[in-house]
Write a protein that binds this ligand. Structure first.
Ligand SMILES: CC(C)(COP(=O)(O)OP(=O)(O)OC[C@H]1O[C@@H](n2cnc3c(N)ncnc32)[C@H](O)[C@@H]1OP(=O)(O)O)[C@@H](O)C(=O)NCCC(=O)NCCS
Length: 162
């Protein structure tokens, strides 16, 4: 699949967020705290050709240090691939864009509250479990997963995020 990833405004992620991550819920459930902060970054993966090109995946990053985790921290949220596009590298392309963004902003801890059904996906990319499993009502069982991201060459270490 010919997939490209680009940075988008939070609003552009909401339809897919609602469809995949909050099905049957009201639209406001697809609005996450910090979505419009200047330090937040949202990515969309697109596939297809010409007029048929469509958004098939999304991921968002927030400048948020994990409770008990090292600073600076970046929280990954809203990671989703449209059901028809799964298993084709869309999630990997989005996750790599997020890792690159953290590296370009000085590196740090990248973490997420992972659905256990997706834990294997994150584990493939170097994430490890960092906490107990917790049931989130209506959404499912989650566990915190984390990995370190080094600063990109030429980028000062530390909290380099704008
Ligand atoms: C999890 C999710 C984002 C993965 O997206 P995807 O586009 O299918 O992932 P990719 O095709 O890029 O997969 C990359 C690799 O991870 C593996 N993988 C994907 N989903 C996996 C899972 N749930 N468990 C274990 N491995 C998984 C793939 O097999 C692939 O491995 P390979 O490189 O050896 O072939 C997608 O399944 C999804 O949107 N799920 C529903 C929403 C969700 O749970 N989001 C995460 C919220 S925490």
């Amino acid at each position: 699949m010919d997939v490209s990833v680009r940075r988008v405004a939070a609003a552009a992620t909401r339809a897919l967020r609602l469809d995949v991550l909050r099905p049957g819920r009201p639209p406001e459930d697809a609005v996450y705290p910090g979505d419009d902060e200047a330090t937040s970054a949202h990515f969309a993966a697109e596939a297809g050709a010409g007029a048929g090109r469509e958004m098939v995946g999304i991921a968002s990053l927030y400048a948020e240090t994990r409770a008990g985790g090292p600073a600076p921290g970046w929280r990954l949220r809203g990671m989703a691939t449209a059901p028809s596009a799964r298993g084709a590298g869309v999630g990997a392309a989005l996750l790599n864009a997020c890792i690159d963004h953290v590296a370009a902003h000085g590196g740090g801890e990248l973490w997420c509250n992972a659905r256990v059904s997706a834990s294997g996906f994150y584990a493939r990319y170097g994430f490890e479990v960092a906490g107990e499993r917790v049931e989130i009502e209506g959404i499912g069982t989650h566990e915190v997963m984390r990995r370190s991201v080094s600063a990109a060459p030429g980028v000062a270490c530390g909290d380099g995020r704008p």
